[in-house]
Design a binder for this molecule. Structure first.
Ligand code: IMO
Ligand code: MG
Length: 425
């Protein structure tokens, strides 16, 4: 597997980190290519829980080099907090073990303030963001007037440019949102301190990654968020501000599409969503509450309760299409171990039509009703299974049906949070 992409096939929180961590044992390099500290990637190794927002999860492996590539919006505060936390657990990450792209854009304190202010301003129309400043940082990247890349953080003229940016953002914060202005000098001091700490980690990561491939090294691309949160293909406007889909791995890293061999879409055996926006198979009843409690479905970044619902194959097919998935990783199968009756959404009913394809128009989606197929639960534990043969036959029948409806083969099945609780199909 010289280059493998692992990305979310739903609305994020699919268990990408667990699959990346499992595969990282065979990879020399793990790359984050989009998003930022909005990600909440949880890995449990030998009973110890690690939650990453900024760092690639490969950082847990001593032999893996981690890369934060150009497509990421990097929040230095979040990055250094995570590095310090890791160091306190005995894992000190040295320059050379982590590379940060000089082209990655930087999340500034005013991006977080603008994110919060904009959400408050939108009121009931709010997106339900993670308040990590992601949208405002990507907006500045596209806008081009007051954006800072990592290389600008290292530039001696940083204070001048940053002072002008803060003045401009303070106008927006105060005049449009009625929020408090931020202290430019404090932001400059923070940025200069971050720049010095960041300097030894900075390189041209596209050069590094392509050279690694030339040397025969294996690369693992760690997606953040999920396909339905993609800025182009997701449930716009209730999406994040980056390309979470497979193409994002290329634009966000400077590795060309011809060098990618496999694209794994991670999907829960049911569905969750955190934040606002449409969710056709959402359960508003006791069943949804039961899945939330069984799966402890609360956000790793914000602690918010996740909305829960049945597996939606319409979405899985869409995800397979836009990503060109070569395989699925079905996670959290064990959460359904005690559920007697399961449902799979096979398509949508829209008026008197049956829609096999996920509709791009939210007005159409709002009027769609899921068409369900009912399946008996297996009502047996799956957590001990380490091969397909050890899974209860009904559990495997459920997974096979997911593959069939998704038109994508299943490559991995996760039956518990720990690294070992994984089946290669
Ligand atoms: P991981 O990588 C789930 C959601 C937010 C909101 C929308 C926009 O852990 O799967 P943003 O802060 O990105 O502007 O918020 O996207 N969202 C996520 N949902 N998992 C994530 O990351 C998410 N990152 C953002 O809840 O609906
Ligand atoms: Mg998460």
């Amino acid at each position: 597997m010289p280059a493998k992409v692992v990305l979310g096939a739903q609305w994020g929180d699919e268990g990408k980190a667990k699959i990346v961590d499992f595969l990282a044992a065979q990879a020399e390099v793990v790359v984050r290519f989009q998003g930022g500290a909005n990600a909440g990637h949880t890995v449990i190794v030998a009973g110890e829980t690690h939650i990453f927002h900024a760092l690639p999860v490969g950082v847990l492996n001593d032999n893996t080099t981690c890369v934060i590539a150009n497509g990421v919006v990097l929040d230095p505060e979040s990055l250094f907090a995570e590095l310090d936390e890791l160091a306190s657990r005995g894992r000190t990450v040295q320059p050379g073990e982590l590379w940060v792209s000089s082209c990655a854009h930087v999340v500034m304190p005013y991006h977080r303030a603008l994110d919060r202010a904009s959400e408050a301003h939108l009121g009931s129309g709010a997106i339900g963001t993670t308040a990590r400043g992601i949208g405002p940082a990507y907006r500045d990247k596209v806008d081009r007037s007051h954006a800072f890349r990592v290389m600008d953080l290292l530039d001696p003229d940083l204070p001048i440019a940053l002072r002008a940016a803060v003045a401009s953002k303070n106008q927006i914060l105060t005049a449009i949102y009625g929020a408090e202005p931020l202290d430019a000098e404090e932001i400059i001091r923070g940025a200069l301190a971050h720049a010095e700490r960041l300097r030894p980690f900075v390189t041209d990561t596209s050069v590094y990654l392509n050279k690694a491939l030339d040397e025969g090294k294996t690369l693992l691309f760690e997606g953040a968020q999920g396909t339905l949160l993609d800025i182009d293909h997701g449930t716009y406007p209730f999406v994040t501000s980056s390309n979470t889909t497979a193409g994002g791995a290329c634009t966000g890293s400077g590795v060309g599409p011809t060098r990618i061999n496999e694209i794994i879409g991670v999907t829960k055996a049911y569905m969750t969503r955190v934040g606002n926006g449409p969710f056709p198979t959402e359960l508003h009843d006791d069943e949804g509450e039961r899945i939330r409690e069984l799966g402890h479905e609360y956000g790793a970044t914000t602690g918010r309760a996740r909305r829960c619902g049945w597996f939606d194959a319409t979405i899985a097919r869409m995800s397979s299409r836009v990503n060109g998935l070569t395989g699925l990783a079905v996670t959290r199968l064990d959460i359904l171990d005690t559920v007697e009756h399961l449902k799979l959404c096979t398509a949508y009913k829209y008026g008197d039509q049956v829609l096999e394809e996920f509709p791009a128009d939210p007005r159409v989606l709002a009027k769609c009703e899921p068409i369900y197929e009912e399946i008996d639960g297996w009502c047996a534990p799956t957590t001990e299974a380490r091969s397909v043969a050890e899974l209860p036959p009904k559990a495997m029948a459920y997974v096979r049906r997911i593959a069939e409806l998704s038109r994508t083969p299943v490559a991995y099945i996760s039956v518990g949070p720990d690294r070992d609780e994984t089946i290669t199909v």
